[in-house]
Design a protein. Sequence first.
Length: 76
Amino acid sequence: MQRAGKDHKWTENLGVNHNQIQAHFEHFHLIKLNHKGNMLWKGVWIAIVWTLWNYRNHIIFRNAIPNPEEIFLSTK
């Protein structure tokens, strides 16, 4: 596992990168938040992963041109 760099700073989550998706999901627990806040945060994580997956499929199956700015704005 590696410590997260500055790329995670906008989320205030200084964590680690996992090789397993379940471990990565379980890591998204912010100490500053209560249970309800953490459930919301995990919902945000799922929305980001879902958006990235859809963009991936759009690029692969529809020959779309990747647009990093559009992808970032959609996930954010």
